[in-house]
Design a protein around this ligand. Structure first.
Ligand SMILES: [Zn+2]
Length: 305
């Protein structure tokens, strides 16, 4: 292991923390040691700082909790290891075309993003990725099991990976960050994310590991506090939109001009598309609830008084 990579051990699970507790673009690497099989959950950037003694041939199998560029960075070092992905995300792991549809940004943003994937994320698609379904379980020997629990929203196939019987849950990009939930891609879904957040406390776990930012929770009360604050970001975003629309009707383009998720001028070619996708899902909810009037004869959304 790289001497600068901090780690923590929870029974059969070792977590290698990325830079700044795995803040994007880095992440936290989880490795599970069963009696006869060693599994990596995702392969964030930090994986590329791990030595061959704990990575490369030491990994028998990969289970991806979901597909995004920052969770695939170490796959290029594991060509021998089968890669398992939930059926709703598997095409995104198999090819660049699949990943393009998964993100769903306009073509120029995707083309710019592809360059970033190659230069900063050691991107390696896996045409051989194997699909799994909700409830899939892998027996790692020695009484250690991994179970996938489908918790969509961030992506359509996002899953928690629970190590049993230890009760250690890798909850991926339900990352409990101060940024809040991310649902800005084509296959993301705000309604699904809301249901996922409501179900998360039901996971049979005593340790919760996130991909980014917070890292590890070992106290249920602290985990649930963080989950409440994270969930509240949805209400704060909705309240911001309502305030804008109460002041004056606005088009989706105007609402997405910056500041909803990212500061105006945020240096990402896909930021605009992500803002639009995220805001439009809140607008759909507000229209369905009769609180906002959808554009009629113009492109303006209006507050329904
Ligand atoms: Zn993600």
């Amino acid at each position: 292991m790289h001497p600068d990579t901090p780690s923590a051990r929870f029974g059969p699970v070792t977590v290698y923390f990325g830079e700044k507790s795995g803040k994007y673009p880095d992440g936290n690497q989880v490795i599970v040691h069963g009696g006869d099989t060693v599994v990596a959950f995702d392969t964030p950037k930090v994986a590329n700082r791990l030595g061959a003694a704990v990575f490369d041939d030491a990994i028998d199998m990969v289970v991806l909790g979901h597909v995004h560029e920052d969770h695939m960075c170490g796959l290029h070092r594991l060509p021998h290891a089968p890669v398992h992905v939930h059926e709703r995300d598997v095409e995104a792991a198999r090819s660049w075309e699949g990943l393009r549809q998964h993100f769903g940004y306009p073509a120029p943003a995707l083309d710019a993003f592809r360059t970033k994937l190659d230069t900063e994320f050691t991107y390696a698609p896996r045409p051989d990725a194997i699909s799994y379904k909700d409830g899939a379980a892998w027996d790692l020997g020695g009484g250690v099991r991994v179970r996938a629990v489908h918790l969509p929203g961030h992506t359509a196939g996002h899953c928690a990976l629970v190590v049993e019987p230890a009760g250690i849950a890798f909850i991926g990009d339900i990352d409990l960050s101060t940024f809040g939930p991310y649902y800005g891609d084509a296959t993301s879904n705000l309604g699904d994310f809301r249901r996922t957040l409501a179900r998360l406390p039901e996971l049979d776990a005593t340790v919760w590991i996130t991909s980014h930012h917070k890292g590890v929770y070992t106290e249920r009360a602290a985990f649930e506090d963080a989950l409440r604050a994270y969930t509240a970001r949805l209400d704060e975003r909705e309240a911001g939109l309502i305030e804008r629309l109460r002041a004056a009707p606005a088009s989706l383009d105007e609402l997405a001009a910056g500041g909803f998720l990212y500061p105006a001028g945020f240096p990402s070619p896909s930021a605009k598309a992500i803002e639009r996708r995220s805001i439009s899902q809140h607008l759909d909810e507000l229209v369905a609830a009769g609180r906002v009037v959808a554009p009629q004869g113009s492109n303006l959304y209006a507050w329904a008084d």
